[in-house]
Design a binder for this molecule. Structure first.
Ligand SMILES: [Zn+2]
Length: 748
C-alpha cells in the first residue's frame, strides 16, 4: 500500500510535470496529494457515511480537524429538526461543520459541499467527498492569502435527495456577517467542471465568474455548453445541490458540478479510485480564483447579471456569452437584409409561376434531405441492433457522433448526387428563396415561443443565406453560408445529450431526434442546391469534384472503418454500465406487493433470480405483482395514544435491510395543530421525516385535533435495499433499489 502510494505520487508528479505547460510548484504538488488523501480518507477509510450515521460523525471530525489545522476557527453546528417545506419537517441526528476566516470588509463569501453520502452502500467519493476535499484545500490556501471579506467554509449534512436540511439549517441559524455569495460543489471528481444547470439554468454572473476564474487558472477543465443553459429552461431537472437553499434565501449562489459516469451516481461504484486528481486540482484552482474575484470586488455578483438572458457559445478555445438583447435582436438583421433583397428582386417575386416552382423545389427536397441525413441514424441503429442495445453510443458518445457524421456525409453524397438527375429547377433563385423562408419561419416560430436562445442560431443561418444572396461568386456565397451555420458546432455535444438523458430520466419520443435533424437540415440542403444551380457551377464542364466516384469510395471506406471501430467497442462493460432502477413496494394495509424495473436498455438480460429464474421481458419497463404470502411481512406498526387532549401518533418497528427514511404523514378535512420545533402550529397536512441511525424505526407526531375530527395517516419506510429479496442479476448492469413499505389508516 505504502509502495503503491509512493509510486502513485511519483507517477502523478511525472505526469503533471509532462502535461502541465506551467511549472508545477512544490506547493501545488502537495495540494494535489492532499486532495486525493481527503477523498480516500472520506470515501475509503471512513467509507459510506449516510446522514446521521456514526461514519458521518467520523467524517465531520476529520473535516473539523483539517479546518482547524489550516488555521480556521471551526465548529460543528447541530442539525436536528429542519423545516424542508411548509408542511414537512426532517429529523436527523447530525451536524454541519463550519470554519471561518474573518475579514475586515462587511459581507461573507461562502464555500460549501455536503459531507454525507447517499446510503450505507455508497462510498460517495465523487458525491461529495470530492467537493469536501476541494473545500478543505481552498480553506488552507485562502488562510495563507490576504482577503478582504470574511470567508466561510461549510460542509453540510443531508445530501440532495433529502431536501438539503444541512444548508437550510445553516442559513436559518447563520449569525455571522451577511452572506454576499455562495459557491457550493457537488461532484467535482471527474471530467470537466461546469456551473450546474439544476434546478435552474446557470445565471450569467455565475458563468462569467467561472470564465473569469478559468482565464486566471487556465485549467482546460471547464465546460461551457449551450445545452447547460438551453435544456433547464425547457426541462426542469428534479435536483438541486446545496446552492438551491441559498438561492431560495435570496443569496446569489452557484454550484460547481462535473461530467461523471451516471451509473456511479448513488451506487457502490462511486469509489475513490474513479476520482481524477486533475479534476480535483482544477476545481481547487477554479474555486480559489472565484473566491478571489468576488473578494476583490464587492463580494457579491452584479445584480443585473442574476436573471439576464444569455447563451454561452464556446468557440476557438474561449467562450462568448451572447447577451439577451443580441439574442432577441438577431432577427432585425435578417428583416433588414430580407427587405433589401425583396426590394431588389421585386419584379421576379411578383411572378406567380416562380412561386409554384419554388414550392415544387421544396417538396422535392424533403425526401432527399431525409436521405442525406439518414446515414448517421442508420449506422447507430445498425450498431445497436448488432450489439443488442438501444443506446450503442452511450459509452463512447464522441466517437459515435464522429462515426454518425461521417456516415451522414456518405448519404449526403448519395442524396445530392442523385438529386442532380431529378433537379426540379435549374434556376438558383427558388432554392434560395425557400431556404431563407424556411429558416426565417423556424427562427420566427421559436422567437414567438419566446425561445430566443434557440432561435438565435436560426436567425444567424438566415442572415448568412441572405448575405450570400448579395454576392455574385459561388465561393463567396459558400463562405457566407458557412458563417451562417458555424454556430451548430458548439451545439453538437453528444456528452451533454447523454448527461441530460441520464439525469432527467426523460427520453425523446420515437423519431423526434430524426425529425429535428431533418427540419434543421432542410434549409441547408436547399441552400447547397442553390449554390449548385448557380450558372457558373452549372455551366462548368466538369461537375464539382465532390461527386466523383473516388470521393464516394473514400466516404464509404471511412464510414465502414468508423462502423467497425465503434462496433468493436462494447457499449456496456465494467467501465460503463446501464442502470436498472428497481422499485419495490409493500402496501401493508392493502396487502399488495409490487416491483417495477426500468432501464434505458432492454430488461431481457435481467433475471430477478430470487423471484423467478426466467429473464424479464424485452421491454424498458415492467411490473411484477407478488403474492402477499410469498414475502416476509415487515414488522411495522402505527399506534396512537390520547392523553390530556393531545394525540400522539407513533410509527415503529423494523424492515428488512437498512431503513433510509421513515415518515409519518397526517391529513385532516379541517385544520388541526401539530407540534413543530417546540411550538403548536395549525395545518391541514403535515409530514415528519426521520433518518433512523440504526435498523430500529421510531417516529412520532404530537397533535391536537378539533372535537370529533377524524384524521387520515400514512406511515412509510424507505430503504435503498432489495426489500423483497428479488436478487436481480445481469452482467454490466448497475441496480439501484428504492423500496418502500407503507401502511395507512385513520384516527377515529
Ligand atoms: Zn451530492
Amino acid at each position: 500500500m505504502q509502495a503503491r502510494g509512493k509510486l502513485g505520487s511519483a507517477l502523478l508528479a511525472a505526469s503533471t510535470a509532462l502535461l502541465g505547460c506551467q511549472r508545477v510548484s512544490q506547493e501545488d504538488l502537495a495540494a494535489r496529494q492532499r486532495l486525493l488523501q481527503h477523498v480516500r480518507q472520506l470515501a475509503q477509510e471512513i467509507g459510506p457515511r449516510p446522514t446521521g450515521s456514526p461514519a458521518e460523525a467520523r467524517a465531520r471530525e476529520y473535516i473539523l480537524r483539517n479546518l482547524e489545522e489550516a488555521g480556521l476557527a471551526a465548529s460543528e453546528e447541530p442539525v436536528h429538526e429542519t423545516r424542508i417545506s411548509e408542511t414537512t419537517d426532517l429529523v436527523a441526528d447530525s451536524a454541519n461543520v463550519v470554519g471561518i476566516l474573518q475579514g475586515g470588509t462587511p459581507g461573507a463569501i461562502l464555500v460549501g459541499a455536503h459531507h454525507d453520502s447517499r446510503n450505507a452502500h455508497c462510498p460517495g467519493a465523487s458525491d461529495d467527498a470530492s467537493g469536501v476535499a476541494v473545500l478543505l484545500e481552498t480553506a488552507r490556501r485562502m488562510a495563507g492569502r490576504p482577503h478582504r471579506h470574511s470567508l466561510v467554509f461549510a460542509t453540510f449534512t443531508g445530501e440532495e435527495t433529502l431536501g438539503l436540511p444541512g444548508s437550510r439549517e445553516f442559513i436559518a441559524n447563520w449569525k455571522g456577517p451577511p452572506l454576499s455569495a455562495a459557491i457550493t460543489m457537488d461532484f467535482v471528481g471527474t471530467g470537466k467542471v461546469f456551473v450546474a444547470p439544476f434546478p435552474t439554468a446557470p445565471g450569467l454572473w455565475a458563468s462569467r465568474l467561472l470564465a473569469g476564474a478559468e482565464a486566471r487558472a487556465k485549467t482546460g477543465r471547464v465546460l461551457f455548453d449551450p445545452w447547460l443553459v438551453i435544456v433547464p429552461r425547457v426541462l426542469p431537472l428534479p435536483y438541486g445541490a446545496d446552492h438551491a437553499s441559498f438561492l431560495e434565501a435570496g443569496i446569489p449562489a452557484l454550484n460547481l458540478s462535473c461530467q461523471f459516469p451516471a451509473w456511479t451516481y448513488h451506487t457502490s461504484q462511486d469509489t475513490a479510485s474513479r476520482v481524477d486528481p486533475e479534476t480535483l486540482f482544477a476545481s481547487l484552482e477554479l474555486v480559489s480564483s472565484m473566491v478571489g474575484i468576488l473578494d476583490e470586488g464587492s463580494g457579491s455578483p452584479p445584480e443585473v447579471e442574476a436573471r439576464a438572458e444569455y447563451l454561452p457559445l464556446p468557440m476557438g478555445g474561449r467562450v462568448w456569452f451572447v447577451p439577451g438583447p443580441m439574442l432577441r435582436g438577431a432577427g432585425a438583421i435578417v428583416i433588414f437584409l430580407a427587405g433589401w433583397q425583396l426590394f431588389r428582386q421585386r419584379r421576379e417575386l411578383w411572378h406567380g409561376g416562380s412561386w409554384g416552382e419554388a414550392i415544387w423545389v421544396l417538396l422535392m427536397s424533403i425526401p432527399f434531405t431525409a436521405l442525406a441525413v439518414s446515414g448517421g441514424f442508420a449506422m447507430e441503429w445498425m450498431l445497436g441492433y448488432l450489439a443488442g442495445v438501444r443506446h450503442a453510443w452511450a459509452a463512447h458518445p464522441t466517437s459515435h457522433l464522429a462515426g454518425g457524421l461521417v456516415a451522414m456525409l456518405a448519404t449526403f453524397w448519395v442524396s445530392t448526387g442523385a438529386f442532380r438527375f431529378v433537379r426540379p429547377s435549374i434556376r438558383s433563385g427558388p432554392y434560395l428563396t425557400m431556404a431563407v423562408l424556411l429558416q426565417v419561419a423556424l427562427a420566427g416560430g421559436l422567437a414567438a415561443l419566446r425561445r430566443h436562445d434557440i432561435a438565435f442560431g436560426f436567425w444567424l443561418g438566415a442572415a448568412g443565406m441572405l448575405a450570400a444572396s448579395f454576392c455574385i461568386s459561388a465561393s463567396r456565397r459558400l463562405a457566407w453560408g458557412i458563417l451562417g451555420v458555424v454556430w451548430i458546432l458548439p451545439i453538437l455535444s453528444a456528452t451533454a445529450y447523454r448527461m441530460f438523458l441520464e439525469l432527467s430520466g426523460a427520453s425523446l419520443p420515437a423519431f423526434a431526434l430524426e425529425g429535428i435533424v431533418l427540419v434543421v437540415a432542410l434549409p441547408w440542403f436547399l441552400f447547397i442546391e442553390h449554390l449548385l444551380c448557380l450558372p457558373q457551377v452549372l455551366l462548368d464542364r466538369r461537375p464539382p469534384r465532390f461527386w466523383s466516384l473516388a470521393v464516394g469510395g473514400c466516404l464509404l471506406a471511412v464510414t465502414l472503418g468508423a462502423a467497425l471501430l465503434n462496433a468493436s467497442r462494447a457499449s456496456y462493460d465494467s467501465n460503463h454500465r446501464a442502470v436498472v432502477e428497481v422499485g419495490e413496494s409493500v402496501d401493508m394495509t392493502q396487502r399488495r406487493v409490487e416491483a417495477t424495473f426500468s432501464s434505458p436498455e432492454s430488461l431481457r438480460v435481467v433475471r430477478a433470480s430470487g423471484w423467478n429464474p426466467a429473464p424479464l421481458p424485452d421491454v424498458l419497463w415492467t411490473q411484477l405483482s407478488i403474492a402477499w404470502e410469498r414475502i416476509q411481512t415487515p414488522d411495522l406498526q402505527v399506534e396512537y395514544d390520547e392523553e390530556l387532549g393531545e394525540t400522539v401518533l407513533r410509527l415503529h418497528g423494523s424492515v428488512p435491510g437498512l431503513p433510509r427514511m421513515a415518515s409519518l404523514t397526517i391529513r385532516g378535512s379541517r385544520p388541526f395543530e401539530v407540534m413543530r420545533g417546540g411550538a403548536w402550529e395549525s395545518t391541514q397536512r403535515y409530514r415528519r421525516v426521520n433518518l433512523p441511525s440504526s435498523g430500529v424505526i421510531h417516529q412520532e407526531i404530537r397533535l391536537r385535533r378539533p372535537e370529533g375530527e377524524h384524521l387520515e395517516y400514512e406511515g412509510e419506510v424507505s430503504t435503498d435495499d432489495d426489500l423483497l429479496g428479488l436478487n436481480p442479476t445481469a452482467s454490466f448492469r448497475e441496480f439501484k433499489f428504492s423500496s418502500k413499505v407503507r401502511l395507512s389508516g385513520r384516527i377515529p
